[in-house]
Write a protein that binds this ligand. Structure first.
Ligand SMILES: C[S@@+](CC[C@H](N)C(=O)[O-])C[C@H]1O[C@@H](n2cnc3c(N)ncnc32)[C@H](O)[C@@H]1O
Length: 274
C-alpha cells in the first residue's frame, strides 16, 4: 500500500469544477457544529440514514444505512475501503465485521480524518480524492461509499477507480443522491458533469464503468424522507423547549427545506467487478 498524503493534496488542488478546498471547509463547518452533533447523538455519522418504522434516532438510521449497504456484499471477508469516510463512523461500523487491519478509509478533510482515527483505531486513513485513488490495482476485496458520490467530479471517474482497486469478484456498494439538472447547475460543491437522470441511467453508468450484477434501488422514502421528518422534528422539539431561538430554528430548517425541490432520488447501489 502506498502512503498517500502530500501527493494526494497536490492532486486535489488541480480539481477544476468542484472546489475541494471549499467543499472541505463547508463540510468541516457543519460536521463540527454542536447542535448537529447532538442531533446525530454524538455518533459522528453525517448522512441521511435509512429509516423504517422502528427507527428512533438519526444514529440508528445511519447505522441501518451501513447495514443495508453491507448486505449487498456476498462475502464480507478480506479487506474493505471506506470512500469519503467522513468522521469515521461508517468505518467504525465496519469493525463489527472486519478486523481493523482490513479496513482503510479515505477523505478530502484532514480534520475529519483525525476524528476518524479516534473513532476507528487501528484502521488506515489517507487524505485522498475518491476520483484519484492512489492504491495499486486490485488492492481491496470490497469498496463502500456512504452518501458522497454526488460531490465527485465525476461518479463515473470514481466508479472506474473503484473497479481498478477492487480484486476480481469484489463489490462496490454505495448510497447516493440524484438531483435534477437545474439543481446540479445551481448548487455549490457540485458539477453538472455529474448529472445522472434516473435509476436506469445510473445502472448504465455503473455498467459502462465495468461493473456486472448492477443493482440500483430507490430508497428515497426510507432515506431522504425519513431523515427529513427526523431532522425537522428534532429542531422543532428544541424550539418548543426554548433551547433554540427562532433564528436558529430557521437557519437549521433552511438547510433541509432548500434541498426539497432539488432531490429526485436517494439510491442504494451495488456492482461486482468480474
Ligand atoms: C455526507 S458526508 C458522508 C460522510 C460519511 N460517509 C458518513 O456517512 O458519515 C460526505 C463526505 O464526502 C467527503 N467527500 C466529498 N468529496 C470527496 C471526494 N472527492 N473524495 C473523498 N471524499 C469526499 C466529505 O468530506 C464528507 O466527509
Amino acid at each position: 500500500m502506498p502512503v498517500p498524503g502530500e501527493r494526494g493534496v497536490a492532486r486535489m488542488d488541480r480539481s477544476a469544477a468542484v472546489n475541494v478546498q471549499e467543499l472541505e471547509k463547508g463540510y468541516d463547518g457543519i460536521m463540527y457544529n454542536a447542535l448537529i452533533d447532538e442531533y446525530v447523538d454524538h455518533s459522528d455519522f453525517f448522512n441521511y440514514g435509512y429509516w423504517d418504522q422502528t427507527t428512533a434516532s438519526q444514529r440508528q438510521a445511519s447505522e441501518n444505512l451501513v447495514r443495508q449497504l453491507l448486505a449487498f456484499i456476498p462475502d464480507r471477508s478480506g479487506t474493505i475501503l471506506d470512500v469519503a469516510c467522513g468522521k469515521g463512523a461508517s468505518t467504525r461500523y465496519l469493525l463489527r465485521h472486519y478486523p481493523p487491519e482490513a479496513v482503510t478509509g479515505i477523505n478530502i478533510s484532514e480534520r475529519q480524518l483525525q476524528t476518524a482515527r479516534r473513532n476507528a483505531p487501528g484502521c488506515s486513513f489517507y487524505l485522498m480524492d475518491a476520483t484519484e485513488l492512489e492504491f495499486p490495482d486490485q488492492s481491496f476485496d470490497n469498496v463502500i461509499c456512504v452518501e458522497a458520490a454526488f460531490h465527485f467530479d465525476t461518479r463515473e471517474r470514481f466508479f472506474r477507480e473503484a473497479r481498478r482497486v477492487l480484486k476480481p469478484g469484489g463489490s462496490l456498494v454505495l448510497s447516493d443522491i440524484l438531483m435534477n439538472r437545474a439543481a446540479e447547475q445551481r448548487r455549490t460543491f457540485r458539477t453538472e458533469r455529474n448529472y445522472v437522470r434516473d435509476l436506469a441511467e445510473y445502472r448504465q453508468v455503473m455498467r459502462r464503468s465495468g461493473f456486472a450484477d448492477v443493482r440500483v434501488v430507490d430508497a428515497t422514502t426510507n432515506c431522504w424522507h425519513g431523515h427529513y421528518w427526523g431532522v425537522v422534528n428534532f429542531f422543532h422539539q428544541r424550539f418548543l423547549a426554548g433551547e433554540l431561538d427562532y433564528d436558529g430554528l430557521q437557519r437549521f430548517l433552511d438547510r433541509t427545506y432548500k434541498v426539497v425541490p432539488d432531490i429526485e432520488y436517494y439510491i442504494l447501489a451495488a456492482g461486482r467487478r468480474e
